[in-house]
Design a binder for this molecule. Structure first.
Ligand SMILES: [Zn+2]
Ligand SMILES: [Zn+2]
Length: 134
């Protein structure tokens, strides 16, 4: 196996094993313990290849500018905390989310636009931040 595909597999594995939707930098810092020779450019390159292959998803954080990555490609809703920027996964029943998805596609079609992707993003204050006494 070529070196780069082994690295890609490791990046994919580590992303699949976490649910915190890390940025490329966070992922890089954590991977460096296991692979001291890995570079940040390699991480970025592999993340973008994995996105193109549909194995992971890229999220745009509403709070922070940096892209976040998600190893879970099952359709789900994202909840982002406005205070700490933490992104949590929310799951609707599969039929329900498919219905919503189809309805959105219909609406886009009706307005003569081209559908690309749909993503439901909810913002709020997470449990941890709500519990903090200011
Ligand atoms: Zn929070
Ligand atoms: Zn997610």
């Amino acid at each position: 196996m070529k070196k780069y595909s082994k690295q890609r597999e490791l990046i994919l594995d580590s992303l699949k094993n976490r649910t915190d939707h890390p940025t490329a930098e966070t992922l890089y810092r954590d991977l460096k313990d296991k692979m001291p020779e890995i570079g940040i450019a390699t991480v970025y390159r592999n993340l973008s290849t994995l996105c193109e292959e549909g194995k992971i998803n890229k999220l745009k954080s509403k709070i922070y500018g940096a892209d976040r990555y998600d190893g879970n490609t099952m359709p789900h809703i994202h909840f982002e905390c406005e205070k700490c920027g933490e992104i949590e996964d929310l799951f609707l029943k599969k039929e329900r989310i498919n219905d919503i998805d189809n309805e959105i596609k219909e609406l886009v079609k009706k307005s003569d636009a081209k559908f690309l992707t749909s993503e439901i993003f909810v913002t709020g204050i997470c449990k941890n931040c709500s519990n903090k006494i200011i």
